[in-house]
Design a protein around this ligand. Structure first.
Ligand code: CTP
Length: 410
């Protein structure tokens, strides 16, 4: 997602075990250090068959550890020191054999020793499996994964796709960017753990005929950032997206729709089973009253066609009017008089919270600044009124939301 220092001050132990995906771990070290982390690489003997410690040392800027008998540490206990220093240990790639070793608590070389000896409170263990699809789906591996998860290990992936062995299926190591993002997510405060959050995002597209329609400039970036931030904060997230070309944030359930009516049809039943509804979508207020089945042709027509418009349902107002509505957060995209319009919308839609932003200044851009408005008060986000990137804003908003949810009567 970004080159920002999202891992500033974090010390990551990156463990490499035997697998062709070791070549991707070189790129992963670059991404982690670029994000501000210090990276301490530990390699198993099998990993050294795929990539050399020289490469990993050069990229990480630190001596690589490969042996539990490494005498460089004054106390001669690298397996203790390395775990104590770590904010997280990430095993990428994690081979089937190494996962089996972790699951049974074996510790016959430095990396597994370090994992077993680490202080579990301060150094989480994350594994990124990488193996042939038969190895991944084997009951033994699946048993080991279940055991590791029960022990609190975070399993990242694996992905699905072409494999080095020529087969296709589950077992690919996640890409380095996804692993970096997973680490960033891991360190976010879990302020929404156990909450269910429904988000709408993007524009809607209201067809005129099979090739034309009415839409708007919403890019969906703010809504996608909110879905990601909510997921990072520990929530179970459903994202209902209009037509945008944005990747689905990891761990988020996504439902694609085209029109306002389709969004309404998906959102209304979903809203009844979510605790929070965040409506960032720029829903078209009107749609053509009738849709032509065939392309409207210019040929032979002397006058331009005219369209009758009909109003779309107001999704947010409908959700807020449910018998047991979720906590509703609206967005007000305005071109002027932000506070006044936001307050009016808050009342009109009968919602507890609305987030204002100046639409034309933010559509499609990565930066934004928000105005948080409730019935009693309002304040800017960030607090100093500056601009921030949408993901940072979304994370601030999740904290704001968590505080408000905590104050609700039970
Ligand atoms: N919204 C919605 N369904 C609609 C229109 C808007 O759910 N049919 C939601 C948006 O997702 C947003 C909030 O209502 O959270 C405000 O949207 P906005 O377009 O700014 O407000 P409108 O109600 O359309 O008012 P106006 O067009 O007069 O600004």
């Amino acid at each position: 997602m970004s080159d920002r220092n999202e891992l500033q001050g974090r010390h990551i132990v990156l463990g490499l075990t035997g697998g062709i995906a070791c070549y991707k771990s070189a790129e992963l070290v670059r991404l982690l250090t670029k994000a501000g982390a210090t990276v301490q690489v530990i390699m198993t003997e099998a990993a050294e068959a795929f990539i050399t410690p020289v490469t990993m040392q050069a990229l990480s800027g630190r001596l690589v550890y490969t042996s539990q008998w490494d005498a460089r540490a004054a106390n001669n206990m690298p397996h203790i020191n390395l775990g104590r220093e770590a904010d997280a240990i990430l095993i990428a790639p994690a081979s089937a054999d190494f996962l089996a070793k972790l699951a049974t608590g074996r510790a016959d070389e430095l990396l597994s020793l370090t994992c077993l000896a680490r202080p579990r409170e301060s150094a989480a263990l994350l594994v990124a499996p990488a193996m042939n699809r038969e190895m991944w789906s084997h009951p033994a591996t699946q048993r080991n994964i279940a055991t590791l998860q029960a022990d609190g290990t975070v399993v990242l992936g694996p992905g699905c796709g072409d494999q080095a062995c020529g087969e296709t299926g589950d077992g690919r190591m996640l890409e380095p960017e996804a692993l970096r993002d997973a680490l960033v997510a891991h360190f976010q405060p879990k302020v929404l753990t156990g909450r269910t959050v429904l988000v709408t995002a993007g524009p809607t597209f209201e067809p005129i005929d099979p090739v034309r329609g009415i839409t708007n400039h919403s890019s969906g970036k703010m809504g996608f950032a909110i879905a990601r931030a909510a997921q990072e904060a520990g929530a179970d997230v459903t994202l209902v997206a209009g037509p945008v070309h944005l990747p689905t944030p990891a761990g988020v359930r996504r439902i694609d729709v085209m029109t306002a009516q389709q969004m309404y049809d998906v959102v209304l039943p979903a809203a009844a089973v979510h605790e929070v509804f965040i409506a960032t979508a720029a829903v078209a207020d009107w749609r053509p009253a009738s849709q032509s089945d065939q392309k409207i042709k210019k040929e032979g027509k002397k006058v331009a066609p005219t369209f009758e418009l009909t109003e779309n349902p107001d999704i947010l107002a409908a959700v807020a009017a449910l018998p047991r509505p979720p906590y509703c957060v609206g967005f007000a995209a305005e071109s002027e008089h932000l506070l006044m319009h936001a307050q009016a919308k808050l009342q009109r839609k009968r919602i507890p919270l609305i987030i204002g932003n100046l639409g034309p200044a933010t559509f499609g851009r990565d930066d934004n600044s928000l105005l948080v408005v409730d019935a009693q008060s309002h304040h800017p986000l960030p607090a100093d009124g500056s601009q921030a990137d949408k993901l940072s804003l979304a994370r601030l908003l999740m904290q704001e939301l968590a505080d408000r949810l905590a104050r609700l009567p039970a």
